[in-house]
Design a protein around this ligand. Structure first.
Ligand code: FAD
Length: 120
């Protein structure tokens, strides 16, 4: 895959509109760390999901709600009774990858080494 342009929507409706307009030429991007694993020269326009306010961890009715663009480093640093995903995150790749990579990206495209698809 070859990125030829970059869109940075600030709201979910803008992101939806961009993805609809671009169709198959859109590449939704969160941390962007999987791009290195995608072969080929197909031209795509990146649609950055990181400014949509989809990140964060909150407790709700005895469970945790984790936003799609929450970075793995944030999961790693979160400590609270009942929280176990820090123990998954700390073993994943390197700190640099955890600083960039998101939980949504880790489970939206599953590679043989994807840890959160298994842990969740
Ligand atoms: C050298 C290296 C080693 C790694 N080792 C491991 C490892 O041991 N274990 C492990 O689990 N991971 C590992 N990773 C990370 C993993 O391979 C992915 O690159 C990463 O989890 C993707 O997250 P991201 O936020 O960067 O997603 P991106 O690369 O931005 O996106 C990944 C895919 O998900 C889609 N996507 C992203 N967010 C959303 C969303 N919110 N909704 C819908 N679709 C979405 C994108 O369109 C894309 O297809 C490694 C990465 C690298 C570079």
């Amino acid at each position: 895959m070859k990125l030829v342009d970059f869109r940075q929507p600030a709201r979910a409706d803008e992101a939806r509109a961009a993805l609809k307009e671009l169709g198959d030429s859109a590449a939704p991007i969160a941390g962007g760390t999987s791009m290195v694993f995608l072969p080929g020269n197909e031209e795509k326009v990146a649609v950055d999901l990181m400014r949509l306010g989809l990140d964060g961890i909150r407790r709700e009715n005895g469970a945790f709600r984790v936003g799609a663009t929450t970075r793995l480093a944030v999961l790693q640093k979160h400590h609270e009774a009942g929280w176990v995903l820090d123990r998954v995150a700390v073993h994943l790749a390197s700190q640099q990858i955890r600083n960039m990579s998101t939980i949504g990206g880790n489970i939206a495209r599953v590679f043989p080494w994807s840890d959160f698809a298994v842990a969740l």
